[in-house]
Design a binder for this molecule. Structure first.
Ligand code: NAP
Length: 333
């Protein structure tokens, strides 16, 4: 059995009976038949959005395809193509250094480029879907390569066609349409406060400054997975209809909410969890991070099962108190 501990950012101990490192597209001719021949299979990048609750039977592929290049650089628009196994933050830094703009608010998100469209990563008012031009992926069972244009990806809040059909597609490259002109997104209060603190006008902030601010905000609130195992936000922020939200507000004055584009109300899951007393809570080595109630952590030797049991207790507490069922963001395996 082969250890998956270094291939999941929760750093839980779990084993696979088959493990393949995909370093070159040429290896796909050998790996694809193995994937096709097994009902159970797992394709991973940095493993930053999964929780392994036990050992895995079936082939596990670690996508380590590398490469970043500019395809087109015309007027103010730049088209870049990035291989799925590139580290996300390294890619964002490369863009900032080269003056390709749009992704600054997504700085320091853990994981690889290939995983980023699967959950349509988002932070501080920016979603990756806004900048994806197209995605090349192998349809494992159809045995063909497909070019997904942005509109084919069915992007939604932390969702896409790839998340809906797990392990059906193996993403090889992602193309981003970025801009030579920088336009800062500073709507989130954390970003605004940091700018004020630094006496920086949001209209003149540079891409480098914004990237540094986002890194500072994230580092202050979120645990570094290379130090404390975690998979970022463990639950999605629930979105309620206007009626449901106003009902809830009558019972819980002060409940925070943000209007969504489709007239719903997004409730910060971290607030719900905190109200139920879980912030900083710990059972053995499974815990809720002391600085952010949305992040479940492995302080060392927690098993995936123990973390999942903690997640279930949080979910039933929140459901009991607020009548809201929280949906996990990582894939539970
Ligand atoms: P925060 O600023 O404390 O806000 C709490 C929640 O309220 C956020 O989740 C955010 O929703 C929502 N929110 C805040 N200001 C908003 C605004 N102006 N308009 C619309 N919604 C607003 O959040 P935080 O926990 O420190 O996180 C900051 C950002 O990083 C958020 O965008 C969050 O999603 C992102 N993040 C993502 C992960 C992950 O693993 N996916 C982990 C950590 C942080 P949204 O989440 O929809 O933005």
């Amino acid at each position: 059995m082969l250890s998956l501990k270094e291939y999941n950012s929760f750093a839980v101990s779990a084993y696979a009976d088959q493990l393949y490192l995909l370093d070159s597209p040429d290896q796909l001719t050998q790996i694809l038949p193995l994937l096709r021949g097994s009902d159970n299979k797992l394709i991973l990048g940095a493993g930053s959005n999964i929780l392994l609750t036990g050992d895995f039977k079936g082939p596990v592929v670690i996508n380590r395809l590398r490469g970043m290049r500019v395809i087109e650089d015309v007027n103010d628009s730049v088209l870049v193509e990035v291989a799925a196994g590139e580290n996300w933050h390294a890619f964002v830094c490369w863009c900032v250094e080269n003056g390709y703009h749009g992704l600054e608010n997504l700085s320091l998100i853990p994981g690889n480029v290939g995983a980023s469209p699967i959950q349509n990563i988002g932070a501080y008012g920016v979603e990756i879907a806004q900048y994806i031009d197209s995605i090349t992926a192998v349809d494992i069972h159809g045995n063909r390569t497909i070019l997904f244009e942005n509109r084919d990806c069915e992007f939604a809040y932390r969702d896409s066609i790839f998340r809906q059909s797990p392990d059906h597609f193996l993403i090889t490259t992602v193309r981003f349409r970025l801009s030579r002109k920088f336009s800062a997104v500073t709507d989130y209060s954390g970003v605004r406060e940091k700018l004020e603190e630094e006496h920086t006008d949001p209209r003149t902030v540079t891409a480098q400054q914004l990237c540094r601010i986002i890194c500072a905000l994230r580092s202050a609130k979120l645990p570094d997975p290379s130090v404390i195992g975690n998979a970022g936000s463990f639950f999605k922020n629930p979105v309620l209809s206007a009626d449901a939200y106003f009902d809830l507000r009558r019972q819980h004055a002060g409940i925070p909410a943000y209007r969504t584009t489709d007239s719903g109300y997004k409730i910060p899951a971290a607030w719900l969890i905190e109200q139920c007393g879980f912030k900083g809570y710990r059972v053995g080595d499974a815990g809720v991070y002391e600085h952010h109630a949305l992040v479940l952590v492995n302080y060392g030797r927690a098993s995936g099962d123990q973390i999942w049991n903690l997640a279930k207790s949080i979910r039933s507490s929140v459901a009991g108190r607020f009548g809201i069922i929280l949906e996990p963001e990582p894939r539970i395996l």
